[in-house]
Design a protein around this ligand. Structure first.
Ligand SMILES: NC(=O)c1ccc[n+]([C@@H]2O[C@H](COP(=O)([O-])OP(=O)(O)OC[C@H]3O[C@@H](n4cnc5c(N)ncnc54)[C@H](OP(=O)(O)O)[C@@H]3O)[C@@H](O)[C@H]2O)c1
Length: 310
């Protein structure tokens, strides 16, 4: 067995164990394995523009700062511009703060009209709702934040994104859910925010192969960051946070694969799901599996919901 094959085998073992791979020691171990893909070189994004949604906190702020260190002009897309300006002030480089509520399709349309350049677009904004709420267009908030707004934004930015990259920041939580084809808006059964979150993260991952076909000139990826200590995790999952805090990744570690996907050369293959710089199987258990036809039906439902032709 070569060192590289052994490295891949250990890496997959960490992934399947969840508890071995998702905390900070999972990333630390993988970085030491043979065949760990190298960092993007300094200046890799010079002359490029990177847009990061939800950049006012946690992983989004870390992603934006890392892109700026690689030379990109960075646009922080936030719903709270005061918070965004505080993050921008901590980043050295060409940084612009833009307001957009990505769950509000009208606001996404307005924002997209202001964008003149985009080489990397990271759909990082995320929410785990405490209760079922809906957006101005009547969509369930997690679905709108993670799927509908990002889909519309990418479609509208398609012409400026040609040759660029789009990264959906999903979650390992999606492994627990199957595609909610029968009730995408989560109108039936007892609503649980964690389930709504994971269902919409599952939809992101299911759509990525289709979106890679829809946008052939663009590299489309989904990734999950493992478990990272962010204001979002502390606020939405206080019990989990208290229990796991010593083992959680920091925000830079949580943003590692997002940054790598946005900057490494050559561009990674399009349409895949990634964690710790490796393409991963989007299913851990058989009962979440679905075929291409189910993904297509889900896409068509989402396309209708945001008013796209399909
Ligand atoms: N941390 C982890 O362990 C972990 C694990 C799996 C997946 N993720 C994913 O990683 C991403 C970042 O999470 P995080 O842990 O960094 O959480 P966070 O600290 O709560 O950051 C989430 C960001 O999204 C923004 N946001 C939420 N709804 C928005 C909307 N409608 N429009 C615009 N911005 C919006 C928030 O803005 P405000 O500041 O205004 O609230 C905040 O900046 C999320 O997609 C999350 O699901 C994180």
């Amino acid at each position: 067995m070569t060192r590289e094959v052994l490295g891949r085998w250990l890496d997959t073992g960490l992934d399947r164990s969840v508890i071995g791979g998702y905390p900070r020691f999972g990333l630390a171990a993988r970085r030491r394995l043979p065949g760990w893909p190298p960092d993007a070189p300094p200046g890799a994004l010079t002359g490029r523009t990177a847009i990061v949604t939800g950049a006012s906190s946690g992983l989004g702020a870390a992603t934006a700062a890392a892109f700026a260190r690689l030379g990109a002009a960075v646009r922080l897309v936030v719903r709270d511009t005061a918070k965004g300006e505080r993050i921008a002030a901590s980043i050295d480089g060409d940084v612009l703060v833009s307001r957009c509520d990505v769950s509000d399709l009208a606001d996404v349309r307005r924002f997209a009209g202001t964008v003149g350049a985009a080489d990397v677009l990271v759909h990082n904004a995320g929410v785990l709702p405490a209760e079922r709420t809906t957006t101005p267009q009547g969509h369930e908030t997690a679905l709108a934040t993670h799927v509908l707004g990002p889909l519309l934004m990418t479609e509208l930015l398609g012409p400026v994104l040609a040759g660029g990259r789009v990264v959906f920041v999903s979650s390992g939580g999606m492994y627990t859910q199957k595609l909610p084809l029968d009730d995408p808006e989560y109108t039936r059964g007892g609503y649980r925010g964690a389930a709504a979150y994971a269902r919409s993260k599952r939809i992101q991952v299911a759509l990525v192969p289709l979106l890679a076909q829809r946008w052939p000139g663009i590299t489309v990826a989904a990734t999950h960051p493992g478990w990272a200590d962010t204001p979002g995790v502390a606020g939405s999952l206080p019990g989990f946070h208290r229990l796991t805090r010593p083992f959680l990744r920091d925000s830079d570690e949580g943003a590692d694969t997002t940054v790598w996907l946005g900057a490494t050369e050559p561009a990674p293959p399009s349409g895949l799901f990634w964690h710790d710089r490796r393409a991963r199987n989007p299913h851990l258990v058989p009962w979440t599996r679905h075929g291409a036809a189910a993904s297509r039906t889900m896409f068509e439902w989402c396309a209708e919901a945001v008013g796209l032709m399909h």
